[in-house]
Design a protein around this ligand. Structure first.
Ligand code: PLP
Length: 462
């Protein structure tokens, strides 16, 4: 399996090179040159696999034979050994036609751990094998940062710098990132919002000299490896729910920010998983809802919400989907992305829009609806949803009556105590989270300019 860019000017390159390149050198996003499709026979065999075995089966389709089997196996088992649930991503029944897929049993209590704990292993592996310096650089709306840091703190040959929007992540998210003591970790608290942080990261990766001179590596979902790792739980959840209910197709409702997680679901469907609708759940930052309903992709005003990890207007993975919905026409993607840069919007219509609406549902969940959903499921099912997972469930409810749906629970409620308190619900905090409040923090505040960020990075890389 080799990799190419959505803008047509990279490739074909191998798996490790794609992993290390992160953002395509032509400014596009890397995708597999051909999506691997699995047969019904293979799906039948996969039904009986453990989570880790399924990871290995799926990754093997993408790794191009570049990693010896035993090495890959060791990394996969190490990646999921820190998860608190033996099933890694268990499903729970909420109603007859609604299941929840719990993705928050990793070390930082959000779904980002599923891909990032593996990517931490893989970066460490490449650093050792190729005797390379690796400087991970990423932006976070809260959860990616903590998880990526957890995956590589103290690791030989690796430094990690994470930009987060100052004052716009939850207290627990901030503490998880900034209470880490290891010297290979730098947290920059940036005056601005997540889109500002992400834009700066993309600009730094697009500056190919800067990227090469400073050994930059990406952990945001611009990196295809993250998407690949996230396809696994769609398969796993499908098999569990199919076994329990006899369902043949399953819809997935996905709380979305950067279009990363839901794109992994789209990829799973293209690989042959019997997925019905992909329901795209947003909060008030609803550019993606408007895209699905109207075909217009145009950022609105940034809003601060109860679900900060989804406070994103410009969704980096949208370009991957655009590439597929336009029939893998890289020239057209390039033109549209240039138009987006100059005019600030992309409009699609006709057959392409019909295809989008066939594949996706969408619902933008307003703040009040988010809290009401948390309260309602706490009262009726005795289940405490975090505000992101609540957006997914509210969107799933909007589409109820269209068959079996699995809604993705992307974080543990203890990460978002602020919103849960507003619901008047008291929750016990896991010990690992309570302990954070006692630890000293380390972070550097910077103004929202690229120059300020570059200055800090150059000092850190010395
Ligand atoms: C990152 C995140 C999301 C959004 O995921 P995307 O891949 O950006 O769409 C949703 N919920 C939580 C808790 C997150 O951390």
């Amino acid at each position: 399996m080799d990799y190419i860019s959505t803008r047509g000017n990279v490739g074909k390159i191998g798996f490790i090179d794609a992993f290390m390149m992160g953002l395509g050198n032509d400014g596009g996003l890397l995708v597999p040159s051909v999506i691997p499709v699995v047969s019904e026979e293979t799906l039948k065999q996969w039904r009986e696999l453990s989570y880790q075995e399924l990871v290995l089966a799926i990754f093997s389709l993408y790794t191009n034979g570049e990693i010896p089997e035993q090495d890959l196996k060791d990394m996969v088992y190490a990646s999921y050994s820190t998860f608190r649930d033996p099933e890694v991503t268990p499903v729970r029944k909420l109603k007859d036609d609604l299941y929840l897929l719990e993705l928050f049993h990793g070390p930082t209590f959000a779904f980002k751990d599923i891909a990032l704990q593996f990517m931490g292993q893989l970066y460490t592996y490449v650093a050792a094998k190729q005797n390379k310096k690796i400087h991970i650089l990423g932006a976070t709306s809260g959860d990616t940062g903590a998880s990526a840091i957890e995956g590589v703190k103290g690791k030989q040959g690796i430094k990690i710098c994470i930009l987060h929007p100052h004052g716009k992540v939850s207290k627990v998210q901030e503490l998880q990132m900034t209470t880490v003591r290891e010297d290979n970790v730098l947290n920059l608290s940036v005056d601005g919002n997540f889109d500002d942080c992400q834009r700066m990261i993309k600009d730094l990766f697009a500056d190919l000299d800067f990227k090469a001179n400073h050994h930059l590596a990406a952990i945001n979902s611009i990196n295809f490896i993250r998407i690949m790792a996230q396809t696994v739980y769609y398969f796993y959840a499908y098999f569990q729910v199919a076994k329990q209910t006899g369902a043949r197709t399953v819809n997935f409702s996905v709380p979305t920010g950067n279009f990363g997680d839901i794109f992994a679901g789209y990829l799973a469907k293209r690989m042959g998983l019997p997925v019905g609708k992909l329901i795209l759940a947003t909060n008030e930052n609803n550019i993606l809802e408007r895209f699905v309903l109207e075909g217009v992709y145009k950022p609105g005003d940034f809003r601060t919400t109860y679900s900060p990890s989804m406070d994103i207007q410009v969704a980096s993975n949208f370009e991957r989907y655009l590439y597929y919905v336009l029939g893998e026409d890289a020239a057209q993607v390039r033109a549209l992305m240039e138009q987006f840069k100059s005019e600030g919007r992309i409009v699609i219509s006709g057959d392409a829009l019909r295809k989008v609406q066939e594949e996706f549902g969408a619902h933008g969940v307003q703040g009040e609806e988010c809290l009401t959903t948390i309260k309602a499921y706490h009262a009726s099912a005795g289940y405490l949803l975090d505000p992101h997972s609540a957006c997914g469930v509210a969107a799933a409810d909007k589409y109820s009556g269209e068959g079996m749906t699995v809604s993705l629970a992307t974080a543990h409620p203890a990460k978002f105590g602020e919103a849960i308190e507003l619901c008047g619900i008291e929750q016990p905090f896991p010990a690992q989270i309570s302990a954070l409040f006692e630890k000293p923090q380390r972070q550097t505040r910077v103004d929202g300019s690229l120059e300020a960020v570059v200055r800090e990075l150059e000092a850190f890389y010395q």
